[in-house]
Design a protein around this ligand. Structure first.
Ligand SMILES: C[S@@+](CC[C@H](N)C(=O)[O-])C[C@H]1O[C@@H](n2cnc3c(N)ncnc32)[C@H](O)[C@@H]1O
Length: 316
């Protein structure tokens, strides 16, 4: 999947730059080009040219980035193709340092009001710009990494309360999101922790969250590992990964292989979602712990009041 994205970027890059004269590749001409008619398109092409020279981290850069998002959202409305919009946006903000800055600009550092106040995370809160914005103005794929899901909260709490579970172990946090469970395992002295999330923005957010907790960066793999030849993991962690039936089916099959081949232990955190409760996987789990969710988490996750940690023990 990452290859396909890369090809799209290259094609856009080449064809777009072919239409821009080299002497136009300067930020100074941008404002002059913002006239009616071709405004968005011209802006977009020129953004592509001058972005590499822009200085990150200052207030003006921040405003400029926000301005870019709005302009691109307008463009997206006029061309009506979300995929193209997101592809173009990603093309402009390809560098991890840009995405890092974007994550910092659009999240708030949170530690209170979760089950694991000892872990600090950059998350969406009502104070953040995109909390109230139209979903289609968000330039990346759905920001699951910007939420600390109730299943992940219970799993991370369980790891912190039972440090022997991950101490000295090789741990994979699959569907890591904000990285909290990987961080909890690392805090409990796991020998090797890898985070896995198919969203490349999550990988950037996880590094940022490691820094917030004074941890060395946790390697993050963005390939889809489900169905692949299983590596030797002592533990696989799954925080709130049972929100889709097809995903639950493929996890059930793949996890059984991991357990059969490497005797991996699989820990699941789930707040009682129907896709988990009604799945046949539920017949193969053993209750380890249950936590009442903090009030603010209950409010944000209507209908959920507690979250449970399970050990997956299928017949293999
Ligand atoms: C509901 S969130 C849970 C995040 C985190 N574990 C937590 O509890 O806070 C699910 C996450 O799984 C990721 N995801 C979905 N399908 C995946 C796959 N096949 N492999 C790895 N990650 C996946 C999503 O990008 C998202 O970040």
């Amino acid at each position: 999947m990452s290859h396909a994205r890369h090809d799209t970027k290259c094609t856009l890059h080449k064809s777009s730059l072919d239409y821009v004269r080299p002497d136009l590749r300067s930020g100074a001409l941008i404002r002059m080009s913002l006239t009616q008619g071709y405004r968005c398109y011209t802006y977009l092409l020129l953004s592509m040219c001058y972005t590499p020279y822009r200085q990150p981290c200052s207030d003006s850069a921040d405003n400029s980035r926000f301005h870019d998002i709005i302009m691109l959202a307008n463009l997206r409305c006029s061309i009506g193709d979300t995929r193209l919009f997101r592809g173009l946006y990603r093309f402009i903000y390809t560098r991890n340092s840009d995405i890092n800055q974007f994550v910092m600009d659009n999240t708030e550092i949170v530690s209170d009001n979760t089950l694991t106040p000892e872990i600090r995370l950059s998350l969406f809160t009502p104070k953040c710009r995109f909390w109230h914005a139209r979903p289609d103005t968000w330039p990346f794929s759905d920001p699951y990494w910007a939420i600390y899901w109730p299943g992940g909260q219970a799993l991370s709490r369980y790891l912190l309360d039972n440090p022997g579970v991950s101490r000295g172990k090789k741990v994979l946090d699959l569907g890591s999101g904000c990285g909290a469970s990987a961080i909890a395992a690392k805090m409990c002295s796991a020998s090797h922790v890898v985070a896995n999330d198919i969203d490349s923005v999550a990988a950037v957010a996880i590094q940022l969250n490691c820094e917030l907790n004074n941890l060395e960066p946790i390697p993050c793999v963005t390939d889809n590992l489900i169905g692949s030849e299983p590596e030797h993991w002592d533990l696989i962690l799954l925080g709130d990964m049972f929100y889709d039936e097809d995903l639950a089916d493929s996890l059930h099959t793949w996890l059984k292989t991991c357990i059969r081949v490497h005797n991996t232990k699989v820990y699941i955190g789930d707040p009682g979602r129907a896709q988990f409760e009604n799945h046949r996987i539920k017949s193969f789990v053993k209750l380890l712990a249950q936590y009442t969710l903090p009030e603010s988490v209950r409010e944000e996750n209507y209908g959920l009041t507690s979250s449970t940690v399970w050990l997956y023990t299928p017949d293999v």
